[in-house]
Design a protein around this ligand. Structure first.
Ligand code: ZN
Length: 489
């Protein structure tokens, strides 16, 4: 075997083991018996150490030096392997272990601080995590910007400055839209109790409508919905609230967006470095376009209204137009994960500015709560009432996930571009969606974007799919048009 084939064979086993690790995580969040938690931690730890040893195996350097890619796809494979190998070799083992140790403890400390509304109880731990991530960023950046190096983990090729410029263009328009929409008053929501079994049955139907392949997937319940796996085993989870069926339906559609991306990747890429989504941002572009631009469109909600009436009878909303408004209800709130389309990106932008300042050393952890609360009041028009509704609400920073937040908004931005391009190519889309048919939309996504997996860089694959360079403009135009019309602004 030549160096390329040896490297790819070695890598394939690593990818397979990584899938196993992911499946253990899925099991833990869905069906694992409670008493197994301690043993599971040890099982996952053992597998992680095997994976770490494989990812840092010294033979990789030799293979990479000698490997000649047979074609363009092979070059993309080598790019991915080199990227991961270079990254792991830049971070000293001592630092990597310390980050793993501190962040695993930090999550428990964060959870209990949040439950007790105790910012002071979390700050020393957060300070430790920030210091370690600054050190890691500096090691990765080798003289460059440490925050950019951290962003690169989740969104290869993107920089803090590019994101900051994009967000600066978005923020004033979103703040203005939020203020106008809230002043216009909230539409009516749904009332009544919605049977859990019936919600799950309709969830399965929605997953099928959006192209989820049940032969390579399954749906289960989880506290925080997620999707998991690549290739021939891609699972989704959802949650059920008897008073809020939209939570279940739109969580399902969101996760189907992620899962359809993984299921849509070219079959021959399975268990290779390019056999999965290109980045967190591109992944979120799929879940968000399925959930929001398609799933919350007037056309599709018209069909969903009819199905919900058939399944649940009367739920206090007389017609499809009222239903469309209920599904797209804008409401003030503190919590990012519960935010509507108008508010969501404002939550992300403030986290981006704050975490970038923390990593740059421009903001001290001791001043974070005041900075958070000032910014929240400026962008959302209300004061934070308690830390669990403020800087203690998200788990990310305790996990060391600095550079991750902006990918949520990048996903929305990419979704805005992709759906704009999609609508130009599929002119009858609304007529199809009004009949509950999103087949042409999902086929376009698969063909233009999903099938490539991580073969191209994130921005590159989005630009290719759209036929234009991605920018924030299509998303902002979409939001202003949609909510301007709903709220008669
Ligand atoms: Zn998502």
């Amino acid at each position: 075997m030549n160096a390329y084939d040896e490297l790819m064979a070695f890598q394939r086993q690593t990818e397979a083991l990584a899938q196993v690790a992911g499946r253990l995580g899925w099991d833990q969040e869905t069906v694992m018996p409670e008493g197994a938690a301690g043993q599971r931690a040890e099982e996952i730890g053992a597998l992680e150490s095997v994976l770490h040893a494989r990812r840092t195996d010294p033979r990789i350097a030799g293979w990479l030096a000698a490997a000649v890619a047979p074609d363009a796809v092979g070059e993309a494979q080598l790019r991915q392997i080199r990227r991961s190998f270079v990254r792991t070799s830049k971070v000293p083992a001592r630092l990597a272990e310390e980050i793993a140790r501190v962040t695993s403890l930090a999550q428990g400390i964060w959870a209990s601080a949040r439950a007790r509304e105790d910012v002071a109880g979390f700050l020393p731990t957060l300070a430790q995590v920030v210091a370690l991530k600054r050190e890691e960023g500096a090691a990765l950046a080798e003289g460059g910007d440490p925050y950019d190096a951290l962003v690169d983990d989740y969104e290869p090729g993107m920089t803090g400055a590019e994101i900051a410029a994009m967000f600066a263009a978005m923020r004033p328009r979103l703040v203005a839209l939020r203020a106008k929409v809230l002043a216009a008053g909230a539409p009516k929501g749904v009332v009544g109790r919605f049977d859990s079994e019936a919600q799950m049955a309709l969830s399965r139907e929605l997953a099928t409508v959006f192209g989820y392949d049940w032969d390579r997937g399954r749906i289960d319940l989880a506290v925080h919905p997620f999707s998991s796996g690549s290739g021939h085993d891609v699972r989704i989870t959802t949650r059920v609230s008897e008073v809020d069926p939209f939570n279940c339906f739109y969580s399902t559609i969101h996760e189907v967006g992620h899962a359809a991306y993984e299921q849509g990747v070219e079959a021959s890429y399975a268990l290779t470095p390019i056999g999965q989504g290109a980045s967190m941002g591109v992944h979120e572009s799929q879940s968000r376009s399925y959930e929001n631009q398609l799933g919350r469109s007037r056309a599709f909600t018209g069909w969903l209204f009819g199905r919900m009436r058939e399944v649940f009878g009367d739920f206090g909303i007389p017609d499809a137009e009222g239903f469309y408004r209920a599904v797209n209800r804008v409401h003030a709130g503190y919590i990012r994960t519960e935010a509507d389309e108008v508010h969501y990106n404002l939550h992300v932008m403030m986290r981006f500015d704050l975490e970038r300042a923390l990593i740059k050393g421009d903001l001290d952890v001791a001043d974070l709560e005041a900075a958070w609360n000032d910014r929240f009041r400026a962008d959302f028009g209300v004061a934070v009432d308690r830390p669990s509704n403020g800087m203690l609400q998200d788990v990310h920073w305790s996990c060391g996930l600095f550079g991750y937040f902006p990918t949520y908004t990048l996903g929305n931005v990419y979704a805005g571009c992709l759906v704009k391009a999609l609508r130009a190519k599929v002119p009858g889309l609304d007529g199809q969606m009004a009949r509950g048919d999103v087949g042409a939309a999902t086929a376009w996504m698969r063909d233009r974007l999903q099938r490539h997996g991580a073969r191209y860089l994130p921005r590159e694959v989005v630009a290719q799919a759209c036929g234009f360079e991605p920018s924030e403009a299509p998303l902002l135009d979409y939001l202003e048009a949609k909510f301007g019309e709903i709220y008669a602004l």
